[in-house]
Structure formats: structure tokens, C-alpha cells
Design a protein around this ligand. Structure first.
Ligand code: SF4
Ligand code: SF4
Length: 141
């Protein structure tokens, strides 16, 4: 796909947004908040295969249904491991591995596409960090 040619002003605006996001990303923290996703699809397609709306909706539903392991539990505890197994099982059944959050390489192609102002890359990063921790928990079996 060819990228639309930008004029100087548009290019500067885009670069400023990218730089701002890149600087902000490491200091932004906390649990993912993906509940605002309306599944409009404006952020798609992701050229690296992430099914952005499906991932965001899955995580929002998981929070709503109490499926996300309690982050205050020690990662090596049986309770955290059990909850992790449940979450990861449902995650992989709902979304194939090649379309999950960890496939995001921060290419920034989806930046600024969301009408709900969801900072997609940041949320995907938080979900990846959370699922990495859950996978780590499975090593304590
Ligand atoms: S930033 Fe991530 S989710 Fe967005 S288009 Fe690029 S790889 Fe896909
Ligand atoms: S553009 Fe925003 S609201 Fe629409 S599907 Fe993507 S993340 Fe969800």
C-alpha cells in the first residue's frame, strides 16, 4: 500500500505527534483501559496483523468479567497462575497468536486514527506486558 503524500505542514504535525507519543509512552503506566473501543474499525488494517478492535474488546470484556488476574498477587502464587491459565486460554481461543497484541511493532501507522482517542499502541503494550507476566506465571507450575 502506498502512503499518501503529505505536505510540509501535515508532515510536521505527524512528526510532532509521533515524537510526543514516543516520549510520553514510557511514563504512561497503569492497567489497560480499552473499554471505550466501539469496534468502528477505523484503526484497521494493521499491517503487522494485530486485530486491534478484537484485542481491545477482548481485554475490556475480560476486565468486566473478572478474568484478568489480580496484579497484586505474587506471580508465583497458585491463584495468579490459575487465573493466568484461564485468561490465556480464552485469549488464544478468541484471537489467534498472529493477531494478538504482542505483534505490534510500534510502526505508528494507527496513530491518531481512533475517534475515541484511545492511544492504541500504549494499550497494546500494556496488554502485552500483562500477558507476558501471565505466561511467566505458568513457568512456576
Ligand atoms: S502501531 Fe502496532 S497496532 Fe498500530 S499499525 Fe503499527 S503494528 Fe499495528
Ligand atoms: S479506531 Fe478506536 S474505537 Fe475504532 S476500532 Fe479502533 S480502537 Fe476501537
Amino acid at each position: 500500500m502506498t502512503e499518501q503524500k503529505l505536505n510540509r505542514r501535515q508532515w510536521l504535525a505527524k512528526m510532532t505527534a509521533i515524537a510526543g507519543a514516543a516520549i510520553a509512552a514510557p511514563v504512561l503506566s497503569g492497567a489497560p483501559d480499552t473499554s471505550g473501543c466501539t469496534d468502528c474499525g477505523r484503526c484497521m488494517p494493521c499491517r503487522y496483523g494485530v486485530d486491534i478492535p478484537a484485542v481491545l474488546r477482548f481485554h475490556a470484556e475480560a476486565i468486566k468479567n473478572g478474568l484478568v488476574p489480580d496484579p497484586s498477587l505474587p506471580v508465583e502464587s497458585a491463584a495468579y497462575r490459575k487465573a493466568s491459565q484461564r485468561y490465556l486460554g480464552k485469549y488464544s481461543r478468541a484471537i489467534t497468536h498472529t493477531h494478538q497484541a504482542h505483534r505490534c511493532i510500534r510502526c505508528w501507522h494507527c496513530l491518531g486514527t481512533c475517534p475515541e482517542n484511545i492511544f492504541i499502541v500504549e494499550e497494546l503494550e500494556k496488554i502485552t506486558a500483562a500477558t507476558d507476566k501471565m505466561r511467566e506465571a505458568l513457568c512456576y507450575e
